[in-house]
Design a protein around this ligand. Structure first.
Ligand SMILES: *Cc1c(COP(=O)(O)O)cnc(C)c1O
Length: 474
């Protein structure tokens, strides 16, 4: 016990640490109270180590320098944003945990413009009068979907809630049993309808719903026929569904609006590019839906937002709803959305420049070339590296049945378990995310940009370097 106490007494006092030459770089870079606090925490950590029977070597070497280094590391980690960059090597294109859609360069530029300057958010340059923030997006969405009018809100969950509340509060909403989707978290269609003050009327069964089911459920209280695209699951086999056109015809006959929640939705017909068909907003508008809602950061590849297109009359009502203010988008989102939608004016450009679409439609030979590049960058790093065919996923609750063929790079390291290797990559800067399968780390380069291939190789080499050096010394 006496020895521990004598060790503890050898920890330099804060004043001495603060005035030491070793603390000079800290004093230059950081405010004094922060330096004092960091030195205190670092000294405290050493104290805890000594009490646990470790850390004596720190006292033997140069305790002042060692504590100052620890304090510097603490201060530097305080400056780093925890919401930092990540490299997505999982092959899940719309990875919700990793921020769903990666935005285009055009969207990034547009965001910078409105962040760094004032902007024309809610003014009319012609008249000098106050304008409306929706006017930047609405004409583009009208053109891209053929709808009479459009609104943008914070996300599609907000769009759905706003639309149901506005159209059906106090009344009944008819939904097919097979479309009572849970999107994730606590967003379940039945709960959303209840929360919006409407009553859910379920028709049909899990696998079948016919037009007659809807027709038979209509009462004087019915205010909305709601179709929900089961975006994140598939019912296959003995199935049947009333088409949107049929619902629209029924709705018109009975003067009841029809809403189509597309979930992901798409602005281009992806089936042209060998993907499963995802319903497009344009098709729903053409079928006559009064309101169509879809997400900004799923297959559209834009910022988090909810897009609402449909009949002018109904959208005007929504625009005046008090909830509109609660769910409105900020200028940065609007700028990114406008720039993203402008890319869609030229479909080929959209496919090339919107990273989500580019990742979904990338040619297999590009993927295998990228994989080969990673393999060659890892040569001599002390890892076992092979390539093999695999499957990427769309993710983000979109196209759940889609299997996108890809090339995987499989990596194993001697003496490091795949879970440990994965953890070390995740906690490096930038954070790197791969998949673990059958005791190997798998890198799917569909979702990795070319320059990121080098960063992955550098991180793996960094992890292996101390071991390689140790091996060389042996
Ligand atoms: C994803 C989804 C939503 C919610 O969209 P967010 O943009 O994530 O809020 C709503 N409805 C359906 C059918 C969806 O798939």
């Amino acid at each position: 016990m006496a020895t521990t106490r004598s060790l503890l007494e050898r920890i330099p006092k804060i004043d001495r640490l603060l005035s030491s030459p070793a603390a000079e770089p800290l004093r230059q870079r950081f405010a004094r109270p922060r330096v004092v606090e960091a030195l205190r925490v670092a000294a405290e950590e050493l104290r805890a180590q000594l009490l646990a029977g470790n850390g004596q070597e720190v006292l033997e070497e140069d305790p002042v320098q060692r504590i100052c280094w620890a304090a510097q590391a603490l201060l530097e980690s305080e400056e780093r944003c925890t919401l930092g960059r990540a490299i997505n090597a999982t092959g899940v294109v719309l990875h919700t945990g990793l921020g769903r859609a990666v935005l285009s360069e055009a969207a990034a530029q547009a965001a910078l413009e409105v962040i760094r300057s004032h902007s024309l958010l809610e003014v009319d340059a012609e008249s000098g009068e106050r304008g409306n923030r929706q006017t930047h997006i609405a004409p583009l969405l009208r053109r891209l979907t053929g709808a009479e009018d459009a609104l943008v809100v914070n996300n599609n969950a907000a769009a759905v809630s706003l639309a149901i509340g506005c159209l059906a509060a106090g009344c009944e909403v008819i939904v097919a049993a097979g479309q009572l989707v849970e999107i994730g978290g606590s967003f379940r269609i039945p709960d959303v309808i209840r929360r919006a003050g409407a009553r859910l009327v379920i028709v049909g069964t899990t696998n079948k719903v016919r037009l007659a089911d809807y027709a038979g459920a209509i009462t004087p209280e019915t205010a909305l026929l709601l179709r929900v695209h089961p975006s994140n699951f598939r019912v296959v086999g003995f199935t049947e569904e009333a088409s949107l056109e049929e619902l629209v015809t029924l709705g018109r006959e009975r003067s009841i609006p029809v809403m189509d929640d597309l979930g992901s939705g798409a602005l281009v017909d992806l089936s042209q590019y060998g993907l499963e068909a995802e319903p497009t907003a344009h098709a729903s508008v053409r079928a006559g839906a009064d309101v169509v809602t879809f997400s900004g950061d799923k297959l559209l590849g834009g910022p988090q937002a909810g897009l609402i297109v449909g009949k002018r009359e109904i959208l005007r009502r929504m625009a005046k709803d008090p909830l509109m203010r609660v769910v409105r988008c900020d200028k940065v989102t609007l700028a990114m959305m406008e720039a993203t939608l402008r890319l869609y004016l030229d479909e080929e450009r959209a496919l090339r420049e919107i990273p989500t679409l580019a990742a979904l439609t990338v040619a297999p030979k590009v993927l295998s070339a990228r994989a080969k590049r990673l393999v060659s960058l890892l040569e001599g790093a002390g890892l076992t590296v092979t390539t093999e065919p695999g499957i990427s996923q769309v993710g983000g609750g979109s196209l759940p049945g889609e299997r996108l063929p890809t090339t995987l790079v499989a990596v194993t390291a001697p003496e490091i378990s795949p879970t440990d290797l994965a953890r070390r990559l995740r906690t490096s800067d930038p954070s790197i995310w791969a998949r673990i399968h059958r005791d190997r780390l798998l890198f799917d380069l569909r979702t990795v940009r070319d320059r990121e291939v080098e960063e992955i190789a550098a991180a793996l080499r960094g992890i292996m370097a101390p071991r390689m050096n140790a091996d060389a010394r042996r």
